[in-house]
Design a protein around this ligand. Structure first.
Ligand SMILES: Cc1cc2nc3c(=O)[nH]c(=O)nc-3n(C[C@H](O)[C@H](O)[C@H](O)COP(=O)(O)OP(=O)(O)OC[C@H]3O[C@@H](n4cnc5c(N)ncnc54)[C@H](O)[C@@H]3O)c2cc1C
Length: 481
């Protein structure tokens, strides 16, 4: 079907505009800009953006896209780091951020949420019933639950409480053909046929569009207590983490910031009063007062060989200040260079020292700053290679360092991505992680569900050539506060 000519585009757009219910089509340059950029800051202009106000319009859009051969890029709230929502082939952006309904069922401990709901709002709504939605990506004030499910987002509490997948009971949405489907049901158990719900989770919008999710809630922990450890260096921090886990203490959060990240945070956040050269482990214990006291004793004894006694946040306001610094780590990197490459690799915990010796040394050898922070208890580290966008040599050096780092991670038994997904920016690493047979099996699933290859086409499973394409500089997005 070759309908890519100007006339068919115009006809497609006209039919689109005339077919929607409570949704609208945007074509103005200004609105298209913010519909077409994500946290990666790469920009590709689509022909139109459809802001969905009624889930059934998703089916209409997809049916028209198949009819006219238009590529559709699915978008939640654009906080993605891998370019998964970008319209790199043009076509239409399908914006789900307007699907914002939340219902909490306090009897079944289930949240029924529209795909566009902001993640933090689910936990807030659950909290009114003493319930808890544990997955909390650092972007939780800005990202959507649909994006979280599509990327199988993790977060700060993942080591103890698990990732998004562990909380999804059922999904509603549309196949690439535009047919409505429900995968799973809002029940604690469901064993009827193939589990396509789990196939959708983490599929980065390649296999369908999620419009609604039913999420499992947990009982809200009574209390939390926050600790700030200052190990002398990264090696001591990794050993401290291993010692805490060996002592069978599982903090609800255990976050790592290396000395380069602490220096960035110190420049960016006035409230970060770290001494120069600090490395930080930020931990949180949760439970009843007695449970926290007992875990604290075990944690402090395990950590004592690797770090001085921690600072303990005295009030919840103090703790929030510490978490705010950690949550701003990503943005603070721009204090040292205007552009960055970043990956969210996962390392087997006993290989972290070896990896970071390698990563920091190739960074130094190539004059590339390599700040790292991340979720230490589950080995998921956000590594960065900083560069200056106007300097092609600096950009090439950063790319060299990052390619070497990702290859090293995989050779140590690690993963290219733990939570951000592949999108377009990491698709060139797929063959490091997966054999040709594995990739072909994934492509076969994609072909079966999306024979016209209209949905998030050219992402994840097809290599994307980044040569000569760079992120925009100086763009401020809502989470860059
Ligand atoms: C400061 C910052 C901190 C972050 N910290 C974390 C973290 O701790 N943990 C973590 O996991 N991530 C983190 N991220 C990354 C990002 O927030 C997550 O990947 C998030 O899940 C993306 O949600 P979104 O709504 O912004 O999705 P988008 O960026 O809009 O889209 C992401 C992907 O999901 C697909 N998609 C979106 N909505 C749907 C839908 N309804 N149906 C089908 N496919 C869909 C898109 O096509 C795309 O492939 C962070 C990002 C930032 C900017």
């Amino acid at each position: 079907m070759d309908l890519s000519g100007r006339d068919s585009n115009r006809a497609a757009l006209a039919e689109l505009k005339g077919s929607l219910g409570n949704s609208r089509v945007e074509t103005s340059e200004e609105n298209l800009f913010f519909e077409s950029i994500d946290h990666s800051r790469y920009f590709f202009r689509p022909e139109a953006a459809v802001i969905i106000g009624d889930p059934s319009d998703v089916g209409t859009v997809l049916k028209l896209a198949n009819k006219y051969g238009v590529c559709v890029s699915v978008r939640g709230r654009g906080t993605g780091c891998s370019g998964g929502a970008l319209p790199q082939k043009g076509g239409w952006v399908l914006d789900l951020s307007g699907l914002g309904e939340i219902k909490i069922n306090a009897s079944t401990w289930v949240a029924e949420v529209g795909a566009g709901v902001i993640t933090a709002d689910i936990d807030k709504a659950a909290g009114e019933y003493g319930l808890f939605y544990p997955p909390d990506p650092s972007s939780h004030l800005y990202c959507s639950i649909g994006g979280n499910i599509a990327c199988n987002a993790g977060g700060l509490r993942a080591a103890k409480y698990g990732v998004t997948r562990d909380y999804v009971l059922a999904l509603e949405g549309y196949l690439p053909s535009g047919e409505f489907v429900r995968f799973g049901r809002p029940l604690r158990k469901f064993s009827v046929g193939l589990n396509l719900r789990d196939l959708w989770i983490g599929s980065e919008g390649l296999l369908g569009v999620i419009t609604k999710a039913f999420l499992k809630l947990a009982r809200r922990p009574e209390k939390t207590r926050t600790y700030l450890f200052f190990p002398p260096n990264s090696k001591a921090a990794f050993r401290c983490v291993s010692a805490i886990l060996r002592a069978r203490v599982m903090p609800s959060i255990l976050e790592f910031m290396d000395s380069q990240s602490c220096a960035c945070a110190k420049k960016y956040c006035p409230e970060a009063s770290f001494a120069d050269g600090s490395t930080v482990l930020l931990a949180e214990l949760d439970g009843s007062e007695a449970q926290i006291d007992s875990a604290e004793a075990e944690m402090l004894s395990a950590a004592a060989n690797y770090a001085p006694p921690p600072e303990i946040a005295k009030t919840s306001a103090d703790a929030q200040k510490l978490w705010a610094i950690r949550r701003k780590c990503s943005q603070s990197m721009y204090e040292i260079a205007d552009s960055k490459l970043n990956q969210d690799i996962v390392l087997p915990s006993d290989r972290a020292e070896e990896f970071f010796d390698y990563f920091n040394s190739i960074g130094r050898d190539n004059n590339v700053a390599t700040p790292t922070f991340g979720h230490a208890a589950d080995g998921n580290y956000h590594i960065h290679a900083m560069y200056f966008g106007s300097n092609p040599k600096s950009a090439a050096a950063a790319r060299f360092v990052m390619d070497k780092a990702v290859a090293k991670c995989v050779s140590l038994g690690g993963a290219v991505s733990g939570e951000h997904g592949i999108g377009i920016l990491k698709s060139r690493y797929m063959s490091l992680q997966h054999s040709p047979a594995e990739i072909e099996a994934m492509r076969a699933v994609k072909r079966a569900l999306d024979p016209n290859n209209i949905l998030n086409s050219g992402k994840v499973l097809e290599p994307f050539n980044l040569d000569g394409i760079y992120p925009l500089k100086g763009v401020r997005l809502p989470w860059d506060k």
